[in-house]
Design a protein around this ligand. Structure first.
Ligand code: CA
Length: 401
């Protein structure tokens, strides 16, 4: 299972991919202790040893603060520029570049083996844990057990809990060291337990896959994860571009690819240098619509989205990696574009559904792929530039009907 955007559902307003709808309300009825006993029985049946279960048991406590944190997650919106300015600020670019120099030999070995450049791994390392300085403050066995018991996403976290125990059984970690985020992500790259189990590698040769204490294991595991998500050696990931005033805006979508040569025909140019080779497929992504920053996303961008499906987050990591590789700051044109509130998005979704546009899904105030698709269809119908970006103008047009 791919890492989910648990921590970043706050950014779902501008998410490209649909996020699974959470149960709006649900109630925990059975006792936690009874639930835990049943879980342990199943763990035994799944081949997890009694010794590991006993070792982990004191940590698998119910923590009401986790439930509160999870249920209280507010949906708010930050634009790509707001978020990326914040995430690449605070010294993250010079510090990241210093880390790349400091671990140059290690990064060279990792790139030789996996084909992933230092800047890309460092971008994830910086944003996920401030280069290993901030792992979170929660006991992750307690966090995962609590969320596995809780009624909202029990299946996902039950799997995570089994996998956390398997990480202990494999000798990679001890329960006391497993400190991380409230959603159960931990280590320098904040992997979920399942991603850890599947993708962690031992790169310092001590026989343990240790993504908490070992920098070589952490960075190489990031590369291995990206390769599992489709990373291809020697290819770019994203590149800032300039777009002409007029072009077939409906082509600007992460799901639509054209060869670079086609984008060139439409007038798309590299903002700070030439585009990649003419036959490489690319998508034009406009995180803030046609008036905001523009990127060509090459096939490697899908590895960023696989790591975290929250679109603004993934685009920000990819952009941060280009900054670490020397790209200038992105154009801030369009930074004053008003952003629709969650309530306005809900109104937009209701009106789109009422007008018969397909694929909107739930009226949830979040702009996923379905809502973007419907926005694009409505823009085409109203003869507006079809960049799939929800605006007040479109909302006003739909309200007039
Ligand atoms: Ca190791």
């Amino acid at each position: 299972m791919l890492k989910t955007a648990l921590k970043w559902t706050a950014l779902a307003l501008v998410a490209l991919s649909a996020t699974p709808a959470l149960a709006a309300t649900c109630r925990n009825t059975g006792s936690y202790d009874r639930w835990l006993e049943a879980f342990k029985k199943e763990a035994l049946a799944q081949g997890i040893s009694a010794r590991v279960i006993a070792e982990a048991s004191p940590s698998m406590t119910f923590d009401p603060a986790i439930i509160k944190r999870d249920h209280g997650q507010a949906v708010f919106s930050q634009t790509f520029l707001q978020f990326s300015d914040r995430m690449t600020g605070g010294g993250r670019i010079p510090i990241g570049q210093k880390k790349i120099k400091q671990h140059a030999e290690l990064f060279a070995r990792i790139e030789q083996k996996y084909g992933v450049p230092a800047q890309v791994i460092t971008a994830f390392w910086g944003l996920e844990s401030d280069f290993g300085a901030n792992f979170g403050n929660y006991k992750i066995l307690s966090a995962i057990a609590t969320l596995a018991y809780d009624c909202r996403r029990p299946d996902f976290f039950r799997t995570q809990l089994f996998d956390a125990l398997r990480i202990i059984q494999r000798g990679d970690q001890r329960p006391a060291d497993m400190i991380g985020d409230w959603a159960g992500e931990f280590g320098g790259l904040q992997f979920t337990a399942s991603d850890y189990l599947k993708n962690a590698v031992d790169f310092d040769g001590d026989g343990r896959r240790d993504l908490i204490h070992s920098v070589p294991d952490t960075l190489a595991s990031g590369a291995a994860f990206l390769v599992s998500l489709g990373w291809q050696r020697g290819q770019p990931w994203i590149q800032e571009v300039t777009v002409p005033r007029d072009m077939p805006w409906q082509e600007a979508d992460n799901a639509i690819q054209h060869p670079v040569s086609q984008w060139q025909k439409w007038g798309v140019k590299g903002a700070h240098g030439p585009l990649a080779s003419a036959d490489l497929p690319a998508s034009l992504i406009l995180p803030m619509g046609r008036r905001g920053p523009a990127f060509l996303a090459y096939p490697n961008f899908k590895a960023f989205l696989g790591w975290n499906s929250a679109y603004v987050y993934s685009t920000t990591v990819a952009y941060y990696a280009t900054r670490l590789a020397g790209a200038p700051a992105v154009s801030h044109a369009g930074k004053d574009i008003p952003v629709l509130s969650a309530d306005q998005i809900k109104e937009l979704q209701r009106l789109l559904i009422k007008a018969g546009y397909k694929g909107v899904g739930d009226v949830d105030g979040k702009v996923g792929a379905g809502t973007r698709g419907a926005v694009r269809q409505a823009q085409l119908k109203f003869n507006m530039p079809a960049d799939a970006y929800p605006t007040a103008e479109l909302l006003a047009r739909l309200q007039q009907r």
